[in-house]
Design a protein. Structure first.
Length: 571
């Protein structure tokens, strides 16, 4: 500690690069400070430090580390406490550029495995970014001393050192409850569960916080189930949706899309008080939408699209500018290829000609003149041949009544099971459209991405960088992920970017493995070694990464304009 103070006094007023001399480790009361990386300029990316707290100074109970879920939830709670303490710390250093900045990778409403706080058997590690103070481009040693010896100790004192065991125990208990609900879902073949009393609407389209005074969820009697979960005196009740085809209908602005949005985010656990903490969806559920203009590389969309003009292949379909229908077809096939067992679809973000073609249009445009086989003709085959369920929001076509196992109607944000009524309507108004039937099992290709897919070179350097939640710069190309709707945290995007760097360095695509095998191996690596294995500073400071699902990793590879796939363009 005294060594760091002396160094800061020595370099005060010198050129900013003099801060490089403080890299190293320093002992403080109750923790150790590791300065891992020092920024070269006050306006550059902040410096990276770690706070290493031995188990003796902030004991974390062994039972909190008994399962992966408990460890992740406890680490998440500590991360949130540090973020809150940073926000409340009013004594800010002053200076140019990022002087005095203190930042931790702050979570949103979701509980994700991340690297900001790492709970180990013998210690807890907190990864922070700090802006080392400067006047112009000269070191401001006094402000730096205040940063390290006043601000940081205050942040720690009001976060991890003031957290009670009861608070951390509550996080561990929430993990137990989520595990219990998912176990029940698996036992009873549920693909979704929404608890009674859940608050599904959000404040606005730019925040994921719950809407105040919103109508709470109440399950239809036909769908109400009870779940016994630990650390709760009474069973949890709510609506279950079983494997198969579930249709969500209703008038505009009555809550159909709100339910689906809650379900697409239900693949991630949420914090207590979010309103959706007991909304859980099949972990392998993928949101499907039309995505005009996206890259598609050698995807077999022939189950949905055939006989394109000019003889373009649909068994190895490739385009730099997909239409609404071809992009949605590719999204379905790619999701299933990656392992999806549930598809989530909203008609509002779908291509109409991909979803439905009614009897009158079939009569006018003969089948041999229409290359698109609509989704309605394949949805039951997805269920029966591939065991892939679908939850579909549909307000514009009653033809989907014919294929639905269950119909839920939203009326002023309240759900009603109208399956029997829908069947009565089907008898009263029988459909006259003709369905196209053929096997699906041979339509899902297993692609192998070639090493030349990863083109990181830009000039003399290799570059891959996440610029935002939905953009990754790789070499000279840009990967756009704005329509990958289950990517919820920019730290997930950073993790994907670092994964691309890792894959290129390790030659992961040189082994000729299928995409499925590649995704399986990536998940195994993270399970065994943690996310930090992909970081630029794997042995030091990996503190701004959050775990993406295999489906979002696959989505990134599939949207690369540099993608090269084995067998591309061949029949």
């Amino acid at each position: 500690m005294k060594k760091l103070q002396q160094l800061l006094k020595t370099i005060d007023g010198k050129g900013y690069k003099g801060y490089k001399s403080i890299q190293g480790r320093y002992s403080f009361h109750r923790y150790e400070l590791a300065v891992d990386y020092v920024q070269g300029d006050p306006f550059a990316s902040p410096s990276k430090i770690r706070i290493i707290i031995p188990q003796a100074y902030r004991p974390l109970k062994e039972e909190w580390k008994q399962s992966k879920e408990r460890t992740v939830y406890v680490a998440d709670h500590i991360t949130r406490s540090v973020a809150k303490a940073i926000q409340q710390e009013t004594k800010q250093s002053r200076g140019s550029g990022k002087s005095g900045l203190v930042h931790i990778d702050q979570p949103g409403q979701e509980i994700l495995e991340r690297t900001a706080v790492q709970v180990k058997q013998d210690k807890t590690i907190i990864c922070l970014s700090v802006g080392l103070p400067a006047n112009g481009r000269r070191i401001n040693g006094k402000e730096a001393e205040k940063l390290f010896f006043t601000i940081l100790p205050s942040v720690l004192r009001h976060s991890i050192f003031s957290l009670t065991d009861q608070e951390l125990e509550e996080s561990a208990r929430l993990a137990d409850q989520h595990v219990a609900i998912r176990k029940k879902m698996k036992e009873h073949n549920w693909i979704a569960f929404i608890a009674d009393g859940a608050i599904l609407p959000r404040e606005s389209g730019v925040t994921s916080k719950p809407l105040k005074d919103a109508v709470s969820f109440k399950s239809p009697e036909e769908n109400r189930v009870e779940v016994d979960i630990p650390h709760r005196n009474q069973p949890l009740t709510g609506m279950s949706l079983k494997k198969g085809i579930s249709l969500i209908v209703g008038g505009g602005y009555h809550g159909k899309s709100t339910v689906l949005q809650a379900l697409e985010n239900g693949v991630y656990p949420h914090i207590r008080g979010d309103g959706r903490e007991y909304v859980l969806t099949d972990s392998d559920a993928v949101k499907i939408r039309a995505e005009d203009g996206r890259q598609v590389t050698s995807v077999n969309i022939s189950a949905f699209i055939n006989d394109l003009p000019h003889g373009q292949s649909t068994t190895h379909f490739t385009t730099e500018n997909a239409s609404g229908s071809t992009s949605q077809a590719a999204n379905v096939i790619e999701a299933i290829e990656a392992g999806a067992t549930t598809l989530l679809i909203d008609e509002d973000t779908s291509a109409t000609n991909f979803m439905i073609r009614d009897a009158r249009m079939q009569a006018l445009v003969h089948q041999n003149k229409e290359p698109i086989t609509p989704f309605i003709d394949k949805i039951k085959q997805l269920r029966d041949d591939l065991q892939v369920s679908t939850i579909l929001v549909m307000g514009g076509s009653g033809d989907y009544f014919d294929v639905a196992d269950e119909v839920i109607m939203m009326d002023q944000y309240e759900p009603f099971n109208v399956t029997n009524k829908a069947r009565e309507i089907m008898k009263q108004y029988p459909a006259s459209r003709q369905a196209t039937i053929e096997q699906l099992t041979d339509k899902i290709n297993e692609r192998v991405f070639l090493p030349s897919t990863l083109q990181l070179q830009k000039g003399q350097k290799k570059k891959v960088q996440a610029k935002s939640l939905d953009t990754i710069l790789m070499g000279r190309s840009t990967i756009q992920l704005q329509d990958v709707e289950q990517l919820v945290d920019s730290s997930q995007t950073r993790a994907i970017a670092e994964l691309l760097r890792y894959m290129e360095a390790e030659g992961a695509l040189k082994q000729g493995k299928s995409l499925v095998t590649l995704l399986d191996e990536i998940e195994d690596i993270v399970d065994q070694n943690g996310l930090s294995v992909f970081a630029k500073f794997p042995k030091q400071h990996p503190g701004d990464l959050a775990r993406p699902r295999r489906y979002e990793i696959a989505a990134c590879l599939n949207r690369m304009r540099t993608a090269k796939v084995n067998g591309q363009g061949s029949e």
